[in-house]
Design a protein around this ligand. Structure first.
Ligand SMILES: [Fe+2]
Ligand SMILES: [Fe+2]
Length: 481
């Protein structure tokens, strides 16, 4: 296994593609359809422009990417796996301690294929959701970050398609083709998961999406990176290095918006953060609307973890296919046959933590790990607010708030977990989630700012440039023709 990536082939790779002519042909056959998908469903109107992007050139954690200008349809999407760990064994489930699989065991074929397809489906979906955002970027820096996220989600699709084509035969080839046919939000042929059929209509939504929904992606990849199927594990481990940047884009995007809002409020002498009209008169993103957006994207992302108690999750764990977040750092027997996990459930008396067989509670556990990760980011946003002296605190809502899947799908609750009648929910949800006025206001701020080093009035510049570039660096050379 080479650490360096071969760029001699049409498809850059470190998986020895030139030694596997059958697979090489299958991927090369898939390639034109992918480019076609990119041109018709990817970033609208930016096919010719030179974008300052990073491309993976190695899987060495110390220096895996190089930066340079590239036209996006010519981006070198590659198939990259993290280096094999010698003597790796299956870390959990009933096969714990056996050598990790290099091929898919027949009995787990369909379960594994389904997991790969669902993960794969989210990758192009997010690119489709973000297709129109280039028209309203608040700066060239942000425009470039959007495109970086987009090309890497495209590469993640390649990563999953590689697994499908190499390990799942004819079924895998059919699934790979279908991944290019579904479209986010399409009524006839939608993407597989709800949150990936929602629109990402503005940049506040984009930052929230990359903070909350890409973080779900991180948790899923962390769980799959533990897999006993070694090629899946190595694929996901490399994807996680890219995923970190996507969450950086989200966290700093919201952080810079908060920064600008608070500074503007201070300059104008506005003390009450809830006086949204005063803040909006300054052309700033008011904090209550940021809070509403955070609730929306968080609750949609919680639904991605599926039902709290799930025999599918138990089966995937038992089989050694999908582990837990930081499985290798957890101090237990990694089999969970006799363990329990406290799952938040609802009965007539209200919410309570109920000890549940740990094997069936894996979705709940991963979701809790996710919530803890989100809460840390929200804490960092609150630090920004606090430093400016504005009195306001952002908070994540109760897990039952605005849910459509799992334990709380059938009920409604306030952000603090107070259970509401359907009627009360309908009457009050506009207080807690973005309403039509909020969305109109957000939309009104979405004016492109394409001057080098310039930023739209609602967002602060970043502290440092990408690849340490200076403040006036031209991250995207917009085609003048
Ligand atoms: Fe991804
Ligand atoms: Fe991502």
């Amino acid at each position: 296994m080479n650490i360096e990536v071969s760029y001699d082939d049409l498809i850059p790779n470190n998986v020895g593609l030139s030694d596997d002519p059958k697979l090489k042909r299958a991927l090369e056959k898939w390639h034109p359809g992918y480019i076609d998908w990119w041109k018709t469903a990817g970033p609208a109107g930016y096919l010719e422009d030179e974008v300052y992007l990073r491309t993976a050139v190695s899987v060495d954690p110390k220096g895996w990417a190089k930066f340079g200008y590239v036209q996006m349809p010519k981006y070198r999407w590659g198939v990259l796996l993290s280096p094999a760990v010698e003597g790796r064994t299956i870390p959990f489930g009933e096969h714990k301690g056996e050598p990790a699989w290099q091929e898919v065991p027949g009995e787990y074929r369909s379960l594994m294929r389904r997991l790969v397809v669902i993960q794969g489906d989210t990758e192009p979906a997010s690119v489709e959701q973000q297709r129109a955002l280039g028209a309203t970027a608040p700066s060239l820096y942000d425009l470039r970050n959007l495109f970086q996220v987009n090309v890497e989600e495209g590469r993640h699709l390649w990563a999953m398609v590689y697994l499908l084509q190499k390990y799942f035969g004819r079924d895998g080839r059919e699934e790979a083709a279908a991944l290019l046919q579904r479209r986010s939000g399409d009524s006839d042929n939608p993407r597989m998961l709800g949150a990936f059929n929602e629109r990402t209509p503005d940049w506040l939504s984009f930052f929230m999406f990359t903070f909350f929904t890409d973080r779900d992606g991180k948790m899923q990849l962390e769980a799959l990176a533990q897999s006993g199927f070694d090629p899946l594990s190595r694929t996901c481990r490399f994807m996680l290095t890219e995923e970190a940047h996507h969450m950086f884009v989200g966290e700093t995007g919201i952080g810079r918006t908060i920064q600008r809002t608070c500074e503007g409020m201070k300059e104008a002498g506005i003390e009450d953060a809830n006086d949204i009209n005063a803040v909006r008169n300054l052309g700033l993103m008011d904090l209550p609307t940021i809070q509403k957006k955070a609730r929306l994207h968080y609750s949609l992302s919680l639904d991605l973890f599926g039902a709290e108690v799930s025999t599918n999750a138990a089966n995937a764990f038992n089989a050694g296919i999908k582990g837990r977040f930081h499985e290798n750092k957890i101090d237990d027997d990694h089999r969970l046959l006799n363990d329990t996990y406290p799952v938040l459930r609802l009965d007539d008396a209200g919410f309570k933590l109920t000890d549940t067989p740990a094997l069936t509670a894996l979705n709940a556990r991963l979701r809790d790990d996710y919530s803890n990760d989100c809460a840390k980011g929200v804490g960092r946003w609150n630090k920004i607010i606090e430093k400016t002296g504005v009195a306001f605190e952002l908070a994540l809502p109760h897990p039952a708030f605005n849910r459509r899947i799992g334990e709380f799908a059938e009920i409604e609750s306030a952000p603090d977990g107070t259970i509401l009648s359907q009627q009360d929910w309908e009457a009050r949800k506009d207080e807690w989630l973005p309403n039509a006025d909020d969305m109109d206001y957000i939309h009104s701020l979405m004016k492109p700012e394409y001057g080098a080093g310039k930023y739209a009035g609602w967002i602060a510049p970043p502290k440092v440039g990408i690849d340490n570039k200076p403040g006036d660096f031209e991250y995207v050379r917009l085609d003048q023709s």
